[in-house]
Design a protein around this ligand. Structure first.
Ligand SMILES: Cc1cc2nc3c(=O)[nH]c(=O)nc-3n(C[C@H](O)[C@H](O)[C@H](O)COP(=O)(O)OP(=O)(O)OC[C@H]3O[C@@H](n4cnc5c(N)ncnc54)[C@H](O)[C@@H]3O)c2cc1C
Length: 286
């Protein structure tokens, strides 16, 4: 197996494009190194992207935040601008693993691993984030919700990788929240995860909303009907009940020892209500 550490994104894309090569991008390695221990793992090229310029930077400007693909999740929790703008996204990223994992794991790796239970993905989708994808033919921006296709599969072409994630600057009086249910309090994978991002207008009513469900389908679910329900409301109890019902209906979970279908659907509704209330309260404080 070959290990390459390119200095430019173009070089990395060319390496990925090499014919008859099974190549894998290496970011933090917290998923990849675990997979490499498996007998089924097959790769002849590992491309470490950490030396590419800008990969470890978080750039803030008037349009939002560009988070390099090798920025460890721990660094997100230390970025005051990002924490203020998107507290739910930072909380979701900081739920991943332990301190040791935090110092290595990345948002882009969490997304490209394409686990339905990835904690940061619902929060990225709710925030309206886009993946900045580089390939041999140039760069394109893809909404994060279109990257995972199924467990372990993404929409990236063979020669493509994510160089950064762009999270837009939130509108005034906007905020987000992410909650997950795990049987253990830490070091566990989400049985259900829900992210809500919303904007409040001057009269306290919700003017924009995005609701996203994780771990209750083969890929993340952008629950647009559920989000539409809370527009032009002040999250009255009846509205929250409808939100919960719509999220439960939108969920399409598996049935396993960590939770039955009925349980996961119910929890999706409960977490949607709670996340919406947290986001609403946070937006009111801005
Ligand atoms: C002990 C432990 C606890 C964990 N707990 C959680 C948890 O609570 N919640 C959770 O969601 N996850 C958890 N994980 C999973 C893992 O830490 C995350 O998915 C992490 O965010 C992956 O990021 P990484 O940079 O380490 O990715 P890597 O391991 O480097 O890569 C993961 C996959 O994505 C690909 N990839 C990486 N970066 C890119 C890129 N820029 N472009 C294209 N492809 C790319 C790689 O080729 C690989 O297939 C845990 C893992 C461990 C070992």
């Amino acid at each position: 197996m070959r290990y390459e550490r390119p200095n430019t994104a173009n070089e990395a894309a060319s390496l990925l494009a090499q014919p008859s090569t099974t190549a894998h991008i290496l970011a933090g390695g917290t998923d990849l190194l675990v997979k490499m221990q498996s007998d089924q793992f097959n790769a002849d090229l590992i491309i470490d992207i950490k030396s590419i310029k800008g990969m470890r930077d978080i750039v803030e400007d008037e349009n939002g935040f560009t988070i390099g693909a090798a920025v460890p999740c721990a660094a997100l929790g230390e970025h005051e601008g990002l924490k203020t703008a998107w507290p739910g996204l930072v909380e979701a990223a900081n739920l991943i693993g332990s301190n040791q994992i935090q110092s290595r794991c990345t948002l882009s790796g969490n997304l490209c691993n394409a686990s339905p239970a990835a904690d940061s993905v619902p929060a990225l989708v709710a925030a309206g984030a886009k993946a900045l994808v580089v390939g041999t033919e140039g760069e394109r921006a893809i909404p994060v919700e279109h990257i995972p296709l199924a467990p372990g599969r993404t929409a990236l072409k063979r020669d493509e990788f994510i160089r950064a994630l762009h999270v837009p600057a939130p509108s005034p009086h906007s905020a987000d929240a992410y909650l997950r249910f795990t049987p253990r309090t830490e070091m566990d994978i989400a049985v259900v995860g829900v992210a809500v991002a919303l904007t409040r207008s001057a009269d306290g009513r919700v003017s924009e909303a995005r609701v996203c469900l994780g771990a209750v389908g083969p890929k993340v679910i952008l629950a647009t009907e559920a989000a539409d329900l809370i527009i032009d409301t002040a999250l009255e109890e009846t509205v929250l009940e409808s939100l919960a019902q719509h999220c439960a209906n939108a969920a399409s979970p598996i049935d396993d020892k960590r939770g039955t279908v009925a349980f996961r659907k119910h929890v999706a509704g409960v977490l949607a209500k709670r996340s919406a209330l947290i986001a609403y309260e946070r937006a009111g404080e801005k």
